[in-house]
Design a protein around this ligand. Structure first.
Ligand code: G1P
Length: 303
């Protein structure tokens, strides 16, 4: 049974400067909910009740977010704000949250390796990357865990990307899998030049991994960008036995990218009954103003 999740959250978030000078990028809100909370809610839906944050200096507010905050709770209770009180108090019950430090930013594989002592080498575990928000409410990670339990193999999420985007992702060499939506991965390459990409199937930030990956990571030389790459460790595992790639069939937002972050905010706000009725007419009006040339927009509006 998979019960532990590892969340590498040590990054400096330089793409979101200046805000990330003082706020961890994982706490930037998607509408009103930190991206990290969406991830931990996803863990809770999958019965991953033990979460390890692999974090870094200056980011301890991430742990505070999931702690009790008794002064705030007392204030909300006194004012009869029951819904807000429940939202604040329930956070602490989502999962048992632990943390460890990465120390040096030596790559995603190095971050995952920091979980070895906590997870142990005999247990399988999930890895969730904070830049990838998988449709909140979906059971996709749960299905990945079920595939792992059925096959005993490592499982990664795969997404079809444009050929020119290959250099942003780990790219898989695949054959058809046993079930619809499944691929058997016989090789992986981290961020290849598009001309060298073995397919247009990219690994996105959900993994279900065996504890044996830690010994592979320990022996791994630096890869792409001089970093210890999780993709390279998976490539080693795939050399022995195929990995399963499960095609993502629910929306996903790349919140590591400013445009993806904005899109996540708009699309997820449109799903909210408290926001959509006012947001939709405002968006329509905004588009009309753009079309009419009444709004100062940088660059061509139809670019
Ligand atoms: C990481 C992984 C890459 C994967 C990507 C998914 O890259 O190294 O293999 O495809 O996440 O989002 P990063 O985006 O952290 O550079």
């Amino acid at each position: 049974m998979v019960s532990k999740a590892v969340l590498p959250v040590a990054g400096l978030g330089t793409r979101f400067l200046p805000v990330t000078k003082s706020v961890p990028k994982e706490l930037l809100p998607v509408v009103d909910t930190p991206a990290l909370q969406l991830l931990i809610e996803e863990c809770a839906r999958c019965a991953l009740d033990d979460v390890l944050l692999v974090t870094a200096m200056g980011k301890s507010s991430m742990e505070d977010h999931f702690d009790r905050r008794l002064d705030l709770e007392a204030e909300l209770a006194a004012k009869g704000k029951d819904a807000e009180l429940a939202a604040v108090r329930d956070l602490a019950g989502l999962a048992r949250i632990h943390s460890t430090r990465q120390g040096e930013a030596l790559g995603l594989g190095h971050a995952v390796l920091q979980a070895k002592a906590h997870v142990g080498v005999d247990e399988s575990f999930a890895v969730l990357l904070g830049d990838d928000i998988v449709d909140p409410g979906s059971d996709f990670l749960q299905r990945m865990i079920a595939v792992h339990e059925r096959t005993g193999r490592p499982v990664v999420a795969l997404l079809e990307v444009q050929p020119e985007q290959a250099s942003m992702y780990g790219i898989a060499t695949v054959e058809p899998g046993e079930q619809p939506g499944e691929h058997l991965i016989s090789g992986l390459v981290e961020k290849p030049d598009p001309a060298d990409a073995p397919s247009n199937l990219a690994v996105i930030g959900r993994y279900v991994l065996p504890g044996t990956i830690f010994s592979v990571l320990e022996d791994l030389p630096p890869g792409r960008g001089g970093e210890i790459q999780l993709t390279d460790a998976l490539e080693h595992l795939a050399a022995d036995e195929p990995i399963v790639g499960l095609t993502l069939d629910v929306p996903r937002f790349d919140t590591g990218d400013r445009l993806g972050y904005l899109q996540a905010n708009v699309e997820l706000a449109l799903r909210r009954a408290d926001l959509a009725p006012a947001l939709v007419p405002w968006l329509r009006e905004l588009l009309h103003r753009i079309d009419d040339g009444d709004l100062d927009v940088a660059g061509p509006a139809d670019a």
